[in-house]
Design a protein around this ligand. Structure first.
Ligand SMILES: [Fe+2]
Length: 367
């Protein structure tokens, strides 16, 4: 989309929302049937076996280098970093680590985290560099073209090897207005089989640590309605849900995860499509590892209580590691084993241990 067109969209949305307080209830919550009826037929596949590494909250010290080395050894094609980079506003130093291990042209995309704000904007004035500018420079070297060249608004979208990705930021004033409407505009007519929504912060119920409601439900519901996988960071642990049909109410898709004694089962077989998706927090990029504070006990199926509702398929926090900090990345391989509608996910530590493993099927509209 042309910059001018995109800016008109944003300006229109903002003006409308300033005039109408109803915009605070932005994203409509669709049923699966509603979402399927409205969805375009997804026909665009990714490249076969496209492997994406998802990390966040990394710092840029030795533990981050170990995670980058893991990503290299796993032969990933692309990294999506869900924010909180080096924690030192050292954009140049952060990307130097990536250059050294993955190479200067390796495709590396990112959402801004709350620790990255001061040095995000191109032209930020930091002598150590500005994240948005360095990301743009890297995209250009990688042959990736964002929907517009302005990343200062913390929103951009790209397609890489058939994977659609939409990134939004961490500005709280935008969570109920600009972000969901931008996501909607990017996803509503999109025909890619696999779509990713990426941001940094969470809702309390969408993580297992101490984070509060910081992102609003509209972004989650919008992406779920359009069948986009929701990638987040911020909490320094790894967690992954089952298939959800309503994020706000923590509703598990019990057709895909049949109930046994009240617990939705089949936790490692996920569906993604109009009206259904899943969320993960991949926040073990190298900074610290934190405790599980919610949805106890520490073992599957975790809690069925309010706010938890047995949505979690996997928790990997310091309570599952005897207090020893472990780091790693979630890898998802799209167009897996020759089937464009299949994907395979696994979380692997930099020590080589596989913590979580699951399969995803992209559903077809009206089936
Ligand atoms: Fe954060």
């Amino acid at each position: 989309m042309l910059l001018a067109t995109k800016n008109v969209l944003k300006a229109t949305v903002l003006a409308t929302c300033l005039a109408l307080t109803a915009c605070r209830t932005a994203a409509p919550e669709a049923t699966i049937a509603d979402a399927q009826a409205a969805a375009p037929i997804a026909t665009i596949p990714t490249q076969p076996n496209l492997k994406v590494a998802f990390i966040g909250d990394s710092g840029y010290l030795a533990d981050f280098e170990a995670v980058l080395t893991l990503i290299k050894s796993e032969d990933a094609d692309l990294v999506l970093h869900q924010g909180d980079f080096d924690y030192e506003f050292d954009a140049g130093g952060f990307f130097a680590k990536i250059d050294a291990i993955l190479g200067p042209n390796f495709p590396y995309l990112a959402s801004i985290g709350n620790h990255d704000i001061a040095s995000w904007r191109a032209g930020c004035g930091d002598p150590d560099g500005c994240y948005a500018q360095l990301l743009k420079d890297r995209m250009a070297r990688s042959g990736i073209v964002p929907d517009d060249p302005d990343l200062n608004d913390e929103m951009y979208a790209v397609t890489y090897q058939g994977l659609k990705m939409v990134f939004v930021g961490q500005e709280r004033r935008a969570i109920n207005t600009l972000y969901p409407r931008y996501l909607q505009s990017q996803l509503v007519d999109d025909s890619h089989i696999w779509k990713i929504c990426s941001w940094h912060r969470n809702q309390k119920a969408m993580q297992l640590g101490g984070k509060s409601d910081e992102m609003g439900w509209a972004v989650y519901e919008t992406c779920k309605n359009h069948g986009a996988i929701i990638a987040t960071g911020h909490e320094h642990s790894y967690s992954r849900t089952k298939t959800l049909t309503n994020m706000r109410n923590q509703t598990v898709d019990t057709r895909q995860h049949p109930l046994t004694n009240g617990v939705p089962g089949n936790p490692n077989q996920l569906l993604v499509g109009p009206g259904q998706s899943f969320v993960f927090v991949s926040g073990l990029g190298g900074r610290t590892m934190r405790e599980q504070e919610r949805c106890l006990p520490f073992t599957y199926p975790y809690s069925g209580g309010p706010g938890c509702n047995y949505i979690w398929a996997k928790a990997y926090t310091s309570n599952q590691t005897d207090g020893i900090a472990k780091f790693g990345a979630l890898f998802i391989v799209f167009n897996y084993h020759g089937d464009p509608t299949k994907a395979h996910g696994y979380f692997k530590t930099s020590e080589g241990e596989i913590i979580d493993e699951f399969d995803i099927t992209a559903t077809k509209p009206n089936t």
